[in-house]
Design a protein around this ligand. Sequence first.
Ligand code: NAG
Ligand code: NAG
Ligand code: NAG
Ligand code: NAG
Ligand code: NAG
Length: 478
Amino acid sequence: MNWYELSLVSKLFAILQYFSFICGHSVPYKELFVDQHVDHFNFVSFGQHTFKERYLVQDQWWKPGVGPIFFYTGNEGPIDTFWDNTGFVFDIAPEFNALVVFAEHRFYGKSLPFGNQSFSHPYIGLLSIEQALGDYAVLLTTLTQELNATSCPVITFGGSYGGMLSAYIRFKYPNLVAGSIAASAPIYLLAADSKRDFFWEDVTKDFNAVSPKCVDIIKKAFVQMDVTSTKPGGLKQLSTTFGLCKPMTSNTDYRHFLGWIRNAFTYLAMMDYPYPTSFMGNLPGYPVKVACGMILNTTDALHGLAQASAIFYNGTSHPCFDIWSDFIECADPTGCGLGFDSMAWDFQACTEVHLPAGSNNLTDMFPVLPFTDEIRNQYCQKKWGVAPRDLWSQAQYWANNIKSASNIVFSNGELDPWHRGGVIKPPNPSVGVIMIEGGAHHLDLRGKNKDDPSSVIAARDQEKAFIKKWISEYRAST
Ligand SMILES: *[C@@H]1O[C@H](CO)[C@@H](O)[C@H](O)[C@H]1NC(C)=O
Ligand SMILES: *[C@@H]1O[C@H](CO)[C@@H](O)[C@H](O)[C@H]1NC(C)=O
Ligand SMILES: *[C@@H]1O[C@H](CO)[C@@H](O)[C@H](O)[C@H]1NC(C)=O
Ligand SMILES: *[C@@H]1O[C@H](CO)[C@@H](O)[C@H](O)[C@H]1NC(C)=O
Ligand SMILES: *[C@@H]1O[C@H](CO)[C@@H](O)[C@H](O)[C@H]1NC(C)=O
C-alpha cells in the first residue's frame, strides 16, 4: 500500500470511529493486524508460515514515547467483545496518558492462522497458551519498537481466561510487562489435583442468597421434569412449556436440554451485574434476582424454570429456542460458546485448561450431569485425538505455587462461581489480592456505573494504586 492509499484508509477509519462514537456503542478503535509466525517454537514445521493477528488500538490519550501501554491479553472470543466490556481501562487511560491496545487470541475472532481450516488436524495443534503468549510478546516487541516506546512501561489487563493470560504474561515475560491486573482468573484450576467441585455449588449459593425458596422450587422443577420426560407425550409437553422450536424426541435431546437449562443459570450467576449488560447475552440488572422473582411468582415450578432460562436465551434466539444451536456440550461443563470459538475453547479445555467438574444434585441444585477426569480424557481422545497433560499445565503455568510471582493483582468477585479457582491469599507482598463483595465475574474491569457497589469502586482504586506503584518503580529502575 502506498502513502496515499494509507492516508485514505486512515481518513476512512476516522469517519468510522466518529460514527461508532456518536452511536455511543463503545470507545472507538483502530483495527490493525500484525504478522505472526504460526509456530513460535519450531523453526522447521510450520515455522515459516505466518498469519495476521488482529489488535485494536486507541491512542487519543497517549503521551507518545512516555505514557504507559495498557495491554489487554485477549481471551476466548472476538477481541471487540472484550473491548466493549472492559470500560475500566478507558476510564483510567486518560489520567495515565496511556496507549490502549487489545490483542486478539489466535484461533478466535479474525485471528485464524489457517482461516476456516484452522480447526482441523494438524493446524489445531498450533492453539496453545504458549503460542498465544508468544503472539502477545512479539506484538509488544514490534509495537514498542515501531512507536519508539521501548522504554514505556507495559501494564496488562485481562478477565477470566484473559485474566489468567494477564498473570501468565507477567510470569513468562517480566522483561516486557511491568505489572498485571488479573481479574477473576481461576489459575489454581491448573493444579493437577485442584478441587473442581465448587462451581455449581457456588452458582446455587447465589440463588440461595436471593431466596432459599427459589432453590427449592428449582430442585422441584428438575424432579418434575424427570417424571414428565418418561411419560408418553412428556417430552413434547416439556418442549412446549420451554418454548422449544422443535419438540424433543429422544433421551439424548433430553440430556442436552438439561445442559441447556444449567447453562442459562451459569450465565445468570456469572453475569450477575447490578445493571443491564449485553456481554454474553442480553441480561437485566441483577439477573439472579430477576430469575428468582419469576420463579417465586408462579404456581407452576416448570413454568418458573422455563421463564428463568428464557432470560438468558432471549437475546440469542427467539421467538422459540433451539437447544442445539443455543448450547454446545464440550470439555468445559460451564460452556464453550458457539461457532468457531466453541471449537477452539473445546480444544483448549482438552489440552492445557482443566475446568470444573459436573453437577451432582448433592452440593448443588442441578440434575446429575457428571464430568470427571475420566470422562474428559475419553471425550478429548474421541473428539480431538488428544489427551490432556495436567502435569505439564501445572509445571508450565505454576498452578498454586506462585511464591515467585510479582507485580500482579488478582481480583475476585464474591458472587462469581469461579472465585474458588482464583488466588484468594497473597503469596508475597508484591502480589495484591482483592475480594469484591457483591461482585460477579470481573465486575471490576467494567466501566464505572452509577449502580456500582462501593466494593468495586474500592477495588478499582486499589488496582489504580498498584498500577501507579509499578509504573513509578519501573521508571526508577530504568
Ligand atoms: C469461514 O466461516 C465463516 C463462518 O462460518 C463464514 O462466514 C466464512 O464465509 C468462511 N470463509 C471462507 C473463506 O470459507
Ligand atoms: C521513531 O524515532 C525515529 C528516529 O528518531 C523517527 O524517525 C520516527 O519517525 C519515530 N517514529 C514514531 C512513530 O514516532
Ligand atoms: C436430587 O436428589 C434428591 C435427594 O436425594 C432426590 O430426591 C431428587 O430426585 C434428585 N433430583 C434429581 C433431578 O435427580
Ligand atoms: C407476578 O405475576 C403477576 C401476574 O402474572 C404479574 O402481574 C407481576 O408483574 C409478576 N411479578 C413479578 C415480580 O414478576
Ligand atoms: C426478551 O427480549 C425482548 C426484546 O429484547 C424484551 O422485550 C423482553 O422483555 C425479553 N423477555 C425476557 C423474559 O427477558
